[in-house]
Design a protein around this ligand. Structure first.
Ligand code: ATP
Length: 591
């Protein structure tokens, strides 16, 4: 309970922070909404009594008019509150939704990359993104509805008490089974849905395979459509059938509680009718009690629904905070040092790293140095750990043991964002941005002043300038397939853009992970024969399986099964006739 109250407080703070003004208006309107219906019931009683008296005394309708106007005014105000309340709640929801998305997105981009390696992270993310935009507002609305319901209910119960204490008690008691039911099933449904998150993500994945752009070609070529439709159906039905089973059970019990409520109304109607016929109650009182009971039933239902809703909110909002409270461990550890331009070099000292969930180390006690301005080639078979090493060098992950030193300082003491400013990387799985071509290159350094000329220069170096310049709107042409008036490029052309993006960022260290895997022979030759001129004195790491490109490096590091097995220049390694020599000869032998 304590935990839930803490979560509610946190959620309400979010609602307040996102739109304090609208939250206030919402509360004021809600309070008015609880008072006005009671005032209306009271005025209707007075009106009916006034009409009865006037009819019996034959005094005409003159005295009734002010009462009629009062009824209409209160009715009108009640309607205005109801309509404007809807608008205010919508406005507040939109504000909150934007605010929550901002929190979620800021958190997602700050989070340690290692989180993306856990299936549990995706479960947590998917629950948070489906709940965060609306759940805090729901809490506010439920709390407001609960207090409004309590206030109105007390007023209505007080009114019924004047009829008979039993009527007030009846009003409360007959609703208790309903609230118990909702609370009980809120728990069952929450735990069911939580357990279903991996299955829900699975069906969302199958749905993406069937509708997404990337899988569309293979799905058609291999005729996989029906196969994935059946996998989706299986996964979807599995979740929904179980959920429907739970809902079916809840509905059956709900029907029984409805019978209890109907019986209560029957009893009350009989009592009121008898006392009116016997002259114990005036017609106005009769109408007032009937309306009060009906309103009371609605309020108590609203009250119990909001209590049950709050209980449910307490279960679900925890998922949002679970995500927002995930800790970042890739941070500047004390004593903090501020990274500056590389002066001497980078030292990798005995680092080991195991991916979460793996039972083997991807990197095992790896040590080497890179001097400032040196060009290093990193080679080795698939799965040797080359890309993982790049992620550790750029502090996307921290090693389990050992350290990476930047001019002698452990990079763990540096702010990761500041540190990464010194790196430019073409990842093996580089990004395609469905944005204008020039913008795709500018992404390498989004804050660069006067970028146009530099963007063109970078595009020329990667051999893509002519292509982009000749697009219908030149560098302004949107590329990709997602939006109108865009032009799709070939994979190799995208890769040239990724290379241009990395070159546009004039950082002291350049890392290219398989940068030419899709380039045509001419472009590859053109780039690698001018490689030194292109990198222009920057410290560079080139990962490639093409040994012709490896020869241009100052030093070659051979990585196998997560360990360095050889290092040296091309000539030295060829003389050594070790693993490098073997791989080089195998590849060269094919030409
Ligand atoms: P390639 O030449 O194929 O690009 P690589 O040398 O770059 O290979 P890495 O991508 O660093 O190799 O992968 C090294 C090992 O780490 C592989 O055995 C791989 O299965 C494992 N690995 C890579 N990424 C993950 C991950 N996200 N989670 C778990 N294991 C991973």
């Amino acid at each position: 309970m304590k935990g839930k109250i803490r979560l509610f407080r946190k959620a309400l703070a979010l609602v307040w922070d996102s739109a304090p003004g609208w939250a206030t208006v919402n509360i004021v309107i809600s309070v008015l909404q609880s008072i006005l219906p009671l005032a209306l019931v009271w005025l209707i009683k007075l009106l009916i009594d006034e009409i009865t008296n006037a009819a019996q005394a034959g005094t005409g309708a003159a005295n009734i008019v002010p009462m009629v106007i009062a009824v209409v005014v209160v009715y009108f105000l009640d309607e205005v509150c109801s309509d404007s309340g809807n608008f205010v709640r919508s406005k507040q929801s939109v504000k909150l939704e934007g605010y929550m998305y901002n929190l979620l997105h800021s958190k997602a981009v700050r989070l340690d990359l290692i989180n993306f390696e856990h299936p549990g992270y995706y479960d947590c993310l998917s629950r948070a993104t489906s709940e965060a935009p609306w759940r805090p507002n729901n809490i506010l609305n439920n709390i407001v509805a609960m207090f409004r319901g309590m206030l109105s209910l007390l007023l209505m119960a007080g009114l019924l008490f004047t009829l008979h204490w039993g009527a007030a008690v009846l009003l409360l008691v007959v609703n208790i089974p309903g609230i118990w039911l909702r609370l009980h099933y809120a728990d069952i449904l929450y735990h069911f849905q939580r357990e279903q998150t991996p299955e829900a993500r699975k069906s969302a994945y199958f749905s993406w395979l069937l509708t997404g752009d990337r899988p569309s070609r293979e799905i058609r070529l291999f005729g996989l459509g029906n196969y994935f439709i059946s996998l989706f159906k299986k996964s979807f039905n599995k979740q929904k059938e179980e959920e429907l089973n739970i809902l079916r059970k809840r509905t059956v019990i709900e029907l029984i509680t409805d019978v209890v409520k109907a019986s209560a109304i029957l009893v009350l109607l009989l009592v009121i009718a008898r006392r009116t016929v016997s002259g114990d109650l005036s017609l106005g009182q009769m109408a007032m009690f009937l309306l009060a009971f009906r309103q009371g039933m609605t309020y108590i239902k609203d009250l119990f629904v909001s209590v049950a809703g709050l209980y449910e909110d307490g279960l679900y909002i925890g998922d949002t905070f679970e995500f927002l409270d995930l800790k970042e461990s890739v941070v500047a550890n004390p004593p903090v040092t501020v990274p500056s331009e590389l002066k001497t070099g980078i030292k990798v000292d005995d680092i080991s790293f195991t991916y979460p969930g793996n039972d083997y180390a991807t990197l095992n006690k790896v040590s080497f140095e890179i001097k400032k301005g040196e060009i290093i080639a990193l080679v080795g078979p698939n799965g040797a750990g080359k890309s993982t090493l790049v992620r550790l060098l750029t502090r996307l992950y921290d090693p389990d043991t050992g350290s990476v030193r930047w001019d002698g300082n452990d990079i763990k003491t540096m702010d990761p964002d500041q540190f990464r400013l010194f790196f430019s990387v073409v990842f093996q799985d580089f990004m395609l941005y469905n944005l204008p071509a020039g913008e795709n290159i500018r992404m390498g350094n989004i804050d660069a002043p006067d970028p146009d000329e530099k963007i063109r220069k970078a595009a020329s170096k990667s051999g893509v300038h002519e292509l982009l310049n000749n697009l219908p709107k030149g560098y302004e042409t949107t590329i990709g397939t997602l939006f109108d008036d865009s032009r799709e490029l070939s994979w190799g052309e995208w890769q040239k853009i990724a290379l241009a993006r990395a070159l546009f960022r004039e950082s002291p260290v350049l890392i290219l992970d398989e940068p030419s895997s899709a380039l045509d022979a001419d472009t590859e030759y053109e780039i690698f024969s001018r490689f030194r001129e292109i990198v222009n004195g920057r410290t560079s790491i080139l990962i490639t399986h093409r040994f012709t490109n490896v020869t241009l490096a100052d030093r070659i590091i051979v990585l196998e099964h997560g360990s360095i097995t050889e290092t040296g220049s091309h000539e030295e390694l060829m003389k050594k006739k070790g693993r490098y020599w073997e791989m080089f000869r195998k590849q060269a032998g094919r030409y």
